[in-house]
Write a protein that binds this ligand. Sequence first.
Ligand code: GRF
Length: 194
Amino acid sequence: MKKIAVFASGTGSNFQAMIDAIEAGELSARIVLLVCDQANAQSIARAAHHGIETYCFDPRKFSSKAMYEQEILTRLQDESIDLVVLAGYMRLIGKTLLDVYMGKIVNIHPSLLPSFPGKNAIGQALAAGVKVTGVTVHYVDEGMDTGTIISQEAVPVDVDDTHLSLQAKIQVVEHRLYVETIRNILQLIENVHQ
Ligand code: GRF
């Protein structure tokens, strides 16, 4: 069974969708570690509730990104993590992790990249007046939401959509698309190793 580490700074609804899919037998994998940079994140409570170990760190207590990423890397290697899944992790991944895990770190973003990268993608889409936005799952590189796109799905923007209503529609798609995409990636990793 492939081992996943999830990095989540916030609510963790995508993290929960993965847990639910695994518990329902729809995703064959084990989430063995949550990495979190916010002591009060809801994702930590979700991990505890499902018996998933958490590594919570305070970036301000490290002198550099390389220092805290080295700590994370040690945890990932100790657990022999096969895939790192970013789910609302609000930090760019640096060289220390990428040098070892490039091609094995994925992220989900609430827009059709390359449109609306960075923060508040939903607000950006509403401000631009687009009629279609969506969800992207991509491999992670040094950039902000710039890595190779793996999967995308469109979400229509209705005239009466608010930030909240559009976010709700996007999250429904996110939870399904992320699980489907992770399933496909794990299958690819499996095939490579056979
Ligand atoms: C999601 O919208 C995801 O696309 C973005 O951050 C948000 C995380 O939401 N990267 P949640 O914490 O999984 O609810």
